[in-house]
Design a binder for this molecule. Structure first.
Ligand SMILES: O=C(O)CCC(=O)C(=O)O
Ligand SMILES: [Fe+2]
Length: 278
């Protein structure tokens, strides 16, 4: 089956129509789907109808879904599917946009998730987009002086960083043991595309290894300000039935908070088993 793939912007992103991922797909089609994610970084497969278990199963086309390490955050009986809701469990269901600052998923792990899948369960009438940054483009455009500064450096990523901006859940002692601090290089080579990207996570990077706090903050701010330029961004506005897949190795994203927070927005999310950053 030849897929119908259309770019969604000049920066990144493509939509695929005319396929039902719950059908039995042949190997060539599965390969083409995986290639679309490599080529476009963010892929939206339209008109899907996915219960949590089906979402976890569909993600197997692309790899192995992770069982999320915080059991409280998952859908009952489906340990791979995480609920992302704009009602904060921690604050008595008070409205709050989660993950509203730039980040890449799972970077506090030694082997961060390769792909993330988001399927909207409930959408607000307007808005409620996810914004993305193309980190290949960021790296490509980065001034040579900055590239030279970071080429041998590593960042220390933490579950709760001293530079944390988006709320993170409080972990139990057992969960904390599963997320020791990790160090990742700033320059990452994608194992499939072989392209280099800037691998940063403003929500989880605590400091640059070997730097004092002030020196580290200065360089991190410089990298972040450069990366956040609108020329690197694509914003995805969801339609009912959109399954959106992104590659955490070469993108950042955030939940766009410019919508009526009184309206419910609930997303179901799956992450794939990851790989070491190199
Ligand atoms: O809600 C969104 O649009 C993004 C959520 C997110 O970043 C995440 O769950 O990792
Ligand atoms: Fe995220």
């Amino acid at each position: 089956m030849k897929l119908n793939i259309k770019p969604l912007s000049k920066v990144m992103g493509a939509e695929i129509i005319g396929i039902d991922l719950k059908d039995k797909l042949d190997e060539a089609t599965k390969k083409e789907l995986c290639k679309a994610v490599t080529d476009y970084l963010v892929v939206c497969i339209r008109n899907q109808d996915l219960k949590p278990k089906e979402l976890a199963n569909v993600s197997r086309i692309f790899g192995t879904p992770k069982k999320y390490f915080i059991k409280d955050a998952t859908v009952d009986n489906v340990p791979e599917v995480i609920v992302v809701s704009n009602r904060s469990k921690e604050a008595n269901n008070k409205p709050k946009v989660k993950a509203s600052h730039w980040h890449t998923d799972d970077s506090y792990m030694a082997k961060p998730a390769t792909l993330t899948f988001i399927y909207p369960e409930t959408l607000p009438e307007n808005g409620g987009a996810t914004d993305f940054i193309n980190c290949y483009n960021v790296f490509q455009d980065l001034p040579e002086t900055l590239k030279n500064k970071i080429c041998d450096l590593k960042a220390v990523h933490k579950w709760l960083s001293r530079r944390n901006v988006s709320e993170v859940l409080t972990l139990s002692e057992d969960e904390e043991k599963l997320t020791p601090d990790v160090e990742h290089t700033f320059i990452r080579t994608h194992p499939i595309s072989k392209q280099k990207s800037l691998y940063i996570n403003p929500n989880r990077i605590d400091h640059i290894a070997g730097f004092d706090e002030q020196e580290s903050d200065r360089l991190l701010d410089e990298l972040y300000n450069f990366s956040f330029q609108s020329k690197f961004q694509y914003s995805h506005n969801y339609q009912k039935g959109d399954l959106v897949i992104w590659d955490n190795r070469c993108t950042m994203h955030r939940a766009n908070s410019e919508y009526d927070i009184n309206q419910l927005r609930i997303m179901h999310r799956v992450m794939l088993e990851g790989e070491a950053v190199s």
